[in-house]
Design a protein around this ligand. Sequence first.
Ligand code: NAD
Length: 294
Amino acid sequence: MNDPLILSGKEPSQKIRGEIRKEIEELTSSGLRRPGLAVILVGDDPASQIYVNNKIKACKKVGIESFFYKLSSNITTEELLETVAELNSREEVDGILVQLPLPEHIDQEEVILSIHPDKDVDGFHPQNMGKLVARMENGFIPCTPLGIDLLLKHYRIDPKGKDVVIVGAGFIVGRPLSLLMLWRDATVTVCHIHTRDLKKHTLGADILISATGVPHLIKEDMIKEGAVVIDVGISKVDGKIVGDVDFENVKHKASAITPVPGGVGPMTVTGLLLNTLKAYKKRIKAHSTSTMKP
Ligand code: NAD
């Protein structure tokens, strides 16, 4: 087998972020305010802090204003809900992101439900998840599935009619991704911790996407010759970031494969920027129509 195509997320991210920056420049040069994203981080989890910093930095580069709220890990659900409520009503805030996971004592479900669906740029509110099920274009698709979709498009890998096997059925990645791949007309199999004989399923994949957080779960003998392999997992082993896929051994069999880091990670942030721009444009449009009313 020849060397696989390395599906770097950096190149498509640079391209898409350039387009976002240009669009924001055009909109603001006509006198409109900048798009705004509120980012809430609860507690001191170092990984979450890094993710949040990356997102804020990426916003700045494309001209999105960010409003950062660092809240103590002792905060109550009610106090967090009050912060979200205030941001729901703030005019200059188009998107609200609450970095997950939240500390155990906070009711995550309540928090997700409290974000206004039009500002839910993470796409976790049931209204947006429902729009994903219903294939409605005007909702928000969760950022990682959206990023993977954009990555596949960039490298001209069309899931239509393909056997797509997703390993991991989590709320943030696997589950919404399975709906998006169905939307793209793939034949979708979703595996998880209770799947019997995982290998039996993964061997049938034209496109294998793993999102479990189990380091090197996907081995060479689990993939079909020529498969496309997308690795969403992020784990730390001996101080090094590794994915779900045993990259060095799997790459010889794959036709295309994402690196970790530098594959899906940057695409997730790009998905967030796109969703924030979408929220902004939707709100600007709604505002201009409402002010035009007599
Ligand atoms: P999660 O805990 O919500 O879900 C994990 C899923 O994996 C579950 O469905 C579980 O059943 C399944 N699973 C666990 N062990 C398994 C096994 N041995 N065999 C088969 N299935 C197994 O996690 P999540 O939030 O969906 O995140 C998954 C991974 O993706 C994590 O490593 C996370 O850090 C990473 N992630 C990366 C990005 C990115 O931008 N690259 C974004 C979000 C999450």
